[in-house]
Design a binder for this molecule. Sequence first.
Ligand code: HEM
Ligand SMILES: *[C@@H]1O[C@H](CO)[C@@H](O)[C@H](O)[C@H]1NC(C)=O
Length: 514
Amino acid sequence: MEYNCLGWDGLGHAALRQAIAASGPYLLCAAAFILLWEQLSYLRKKGSLPGPHFVVPFLGSALPMIMNPTRFWERQAALARDSGLGVSANFLVGRFIVFVRSTELSHKVFANVRPDAFHLIGHPFGKKLFGEHNLIYMFDQQHKDLRRHIAPNFTPRALSTYIDIQQRVILAHLHDWLARSAPSPKPIALRLLCRDLNLETSQTVFAGPYLSAAAREQFNRDYNLFNVGLMAIPFDLPGFAFRRARLAVSRLIRTLSGCVAQSKDRMRAGDEPSCLVDFWMQETLREVAEAEAAGARPSPENGDAEIGGQLFDFLFAAQDASTSSLLWAVALLDAHPDVLARVRAEVAALWAPESGAPITAEQVQQMRYTQAVAREVVRYRPPATMVPHIAGQPFPLTEWYTVPKGAIVFPSAYESSFQGFTEPDRFEPDRFSEPRAEDRVHKRHFLAFGAGAHQCVGQRYAINYLVLFIALFTSLVDFERHRTDGCDEIAYVPTIVPKDNCTVYLSLRGAPSL
Ligand code: HEM
Ligand SMILES: *[C@@H]1O[C@H](CO)[C@@H](O)[C@H](O)[C@H]1NC(C)=O
């Protein structure tokens, strides 16, 4: 998801435009008045929160935030910490923002996603790009119903079907990565390679049997256009990246709707589910039959196009966060040879690549230490460091502070990761093993998957996938980071990745049967 929230419709902007439109001797005076008004409005909203006392007109702190997001957010966190209040304020492109460092206050935001309180923001122009149907924009009963509908996609049985598919795709990509590194070892950057890998695993897991080779190629091109459009200025006009992205999304949804229709046919015929959309359609058809038997009218939410749209949202939600977690896994395993050795020993005791047999879902469950490593990777480097919400109404966050309407509130999963846990600054997977079980003991601080009604539906899927990737990568590949200055620093893209795009030397490890 996109966490870079720049509102273009801020009051300051509209007011400035008016000021420029005005002419004559009053211009300067009007401009001065507007700037003053903006300052005063900011100070009123800020109230007792720590934060800058003066803000640059309209832009606010946008420049420092774009130039060095890590330093910008660290400063907000320090203000929140040192004041003892757990929150801090700032101003970005006409928007008043509240940064939340306190775990308890973050929970308060997550727990109050309601029409009359906080609304999730996927992307500043998200609704324009993928419409209003997205799960993250839904509330209450409608949201609950859809979550219930998709639950069968993530049962242990479904997840085990996905593991087989993911494994085939991961192996094919590892082959390709090794070929790129050979014959004379040269370092390769994994970021875009991991992104391609994830797009293929999600495509195949979600709708594999229903996508022809040609459809997949068009799909990849369109997904790329969509990615470019996410970062572009939102001009919805011919020739602009944003328009191309919007059209690409329509094509992608049309393709996925076709997959939904084919899956319904196959599930109606009583075939076994072989991908995510099959599990979904099996459940949907069952509910539709029940509703019909009870004399209810068919629900429009079960239409092919509607579900195609939902599938697209899944694909998007699954994409960048997974890429981030794979890259940090490689970087952190490289930096912690002791952890790497234990992972390799655990995997080798359960599975031999020479056997030619795939890793089973049961074996993935038995890889307790590798599971702990995956969890620790996500704690230590939460891919989505913040989950922005907009206040639809004034909201009393504490006894002494009410978030004003329209403010963007950023609960920080990253900050919570470094609170509560024992020695939180250490990368230490054992914290999640028995008997420490810090995933239970300090559960409230683990906010990488969010909390409350909208908590990530894909978290089991994401952890399984990460475990499988770690198991295959460490067993089949010898790797060494190509260390450069600052390579481990955090880059916001806007999920976080190692600054050097995780550049590594790779070579085939031991077994020739990859
Ligand atoms: C390491 C990987 C992942 C991370 C860190 C992650 C993180 C998140 C976060 C922080 C949220 C917002 C939660 C909230 O507002 O409380 C979210 C929502 C969501 N995630 Fe994930 N996610 C990951 C992978 C996935 C995958 C693989 C899928 C799908 C298979 C997925 C599907 C979703 C969906 C559909 C939502 C929206 C849920 C709702 O609004 O009800 N995510 N995720
Ligand atoms: C990382 O990859 C992106 C996308 O290809 C590129 O724009 C960026 O310059 C790369 N960064 C480094 C440090 O290589």
